[in-house]
Design a protein around this ligand. Structure first.
Ligand SMILES: [Mn+2]
Length: 319
C-alpha cells in the first residue's frame, strides 16, 4: 500500500472526525482507538463518533471512553471512516461533519471506494491489520496500549483465530503485537469471558431457537428484538452469536436472524463452500465477506426466512 497520500492528508489538515459502522465490533473499536491515538500524537484534533454505543466488553481498552454517540456540533477538515464497505453502514449522515475530505480505510472486498482517499486491502483480516501495516511501514512506534487495540481488532475479526482469514500473515502481525506488550490470554478473557448475567440469559434464549433446515446443511437461530426487554439485555449482548450457527458438523451455512414485526435482519456465516457475501449482495443494502455477511429483508420473520431458505436451497444444489 502507498501511504504517502494518507501522510500528506494528515500533515495538511488539523481536525479529524473518526467513525465506523453501526453495531460496533472489536475491529471498528480497536482500529478507531489506534488511529485516534496516532492523530493525537501528531498534535491533531481528533474525535470519534459512532451511531451505536461502545459494547461494554471493549471498555477495558485505553481511551475507549472517547468512542461516543455525540454527533458533531462543529465541522471537521477530514472524516476518517474505518471498517465500512459503504457509507450507509455508518448509520448517520456524514454531511453533519461538514468535512472536505473523506478517508476510507477498510478490508471489505465489496468496498465502494466512497472516499476521496481509499486505503482498502481485501487481503487483510481486519482494519486493525491495515493500520498495523501503516504504522510499521511508516516506522511509527506503537505503544503497548495501541498494540492492545490492534490485537483486539485482529483477534475479533478472525473469531479468536478460528476463521479462514487466520493466515500466517495475521499470526505474525499478532506475534509482533504480543512482543510490543499485549497479554494475549488477558485480552481474550476480557473480550470473550466478560458477559453479564442478562447477556447470558439472552444467549440462552437465542440458543433455544436453534433449528436445522435443508437436510441439516443450514442451521438457524433467531432473536425477536422484543426479547431484549424481556431479559433486560443489550443488543450488543447478542454480538458473536451468529458465529455459533456454523458450529454443527455437516452445516454449510448458518443463519442468525434478528427481527421486528416489520423487518428481518440476517447475519450469514459459511464454512467456505458457499459465498454468503455474494448471496447477501443480491439483497438491497446487503454485503460482506465470503464467510460472514449480512442483509435485511423488509418482511416479517416467517416470510423473510422462507425467502432466504429458497435462495440457500439453490446455492446448495449448485455445490
Ligand atoms: Mn472488520
Amino acid at each position: 500500500m502507498i501511504w504517502t497520500p494518507l501522510n500528506s492528508a494528515i500533515e495538511s489538515n488539523s481536525s479529524f472526525l473518526l467513525s465506523s459502522h453501526q453495531s460496533l465490533d472489536g475491529d471498528c473499536v480497536g482500529s478507531q482507538l489506534a488511529f485516534l491515538w496516532y492523530l493525537k500524537s501528531r498534535g491533531k484534533k481528533a474525535v470519534c463518533c459512532c451511531a451505536d454505543p461502545l459494547p461494554q466488553k471493549f471498555a477495558f481498552l485505553k481511551d475507549s471512553e472517547f468512542i461516543t454517540q455525540n454527533k458533531p456540533q462543529e465541522t471537521f477538515d477530514v472524516l476518517v471512516i474505518l471498517d465500512c464497505s459503504n457509507i450507509q453502514r455508518l448509520g448517520w449522515d456524514v454531511r453533519e461533519a461538514g468535512a472536505k475530505t473523506i478517508i476510507n480505510i477498510d478490508h471489505h472486498r465489496d468496498n465502494t471506494n466512497f472516499g476521496d482517499l481509499n486505503f482498502v486491502d481485501p487481503k487483510a483480516a481486519a482494519v486493525g491489520e491495515v493500520i498495523f501495516s501503516f504504522f510499521k511501514e511508516c516506522k511509527i512506534e506503537i505503544p503497548p496500549h495501541v498494540a492492545e487495540s490492534l490485537y483486539t481488532a485482529v483477534m475479533t475479526d478472525t473469531g479468536g483465530f478460528r476463521f479462514s482469514n487466520t493466515s500466517s500473515r495475521v499470526l505474525s502481525v499478532c506475534a509482533e503485537l504480543a512482543d510490543m506488550g499485549v497479554n494475549c490470554a488477558d485480552t481474550y478473557e476480557k473480550v470473550y469471558s466478560s458477559h453479564s448475567r442478562e447477556g447470558l440469559a439472552l444467549q440462552s434464549r437465542i440458543w433455544s431457537t436453534l433449528s436445522f433446515h435443508l437436510n441439516g446443511k443450514i442451521c438457524s437461530m433467531d432473536m425477536p428484538m422484543s426479547v431484549l426487554d424481556e431479559v433486560g439485555a443489550k443488543y450488543s449482548d447478542s454480538e458473536g452469536m451468529a458465529d455459533n450457527t456454523v458450529t454443527a458438523a455437516g452445516v454449510e451455512v448458518g443463519v442468525m436472524t434478528k427481527h421486528t414485526p416489520e423487518e428481518t435482519h440476517f447475519s450469514l456465516r459459511s464454512k467456505g463452500n458457499i459465498d454468503v457475501g455474494k448471496l447477501a449482495k443480491t439483497i438491497s443494502g446487503g454485503g460482506g465477506h465470503s464467510c460472514a455477511a449480512g442483509c435485511t429483508i423488509k418482511q416479517p420473520y416467517r416470510e423473510a426466512m422462507e425467502y432466504m431458505l429458497s435462495i440457500l436451497e439453490k446455492e446448495l444444489t449448485n455445490l
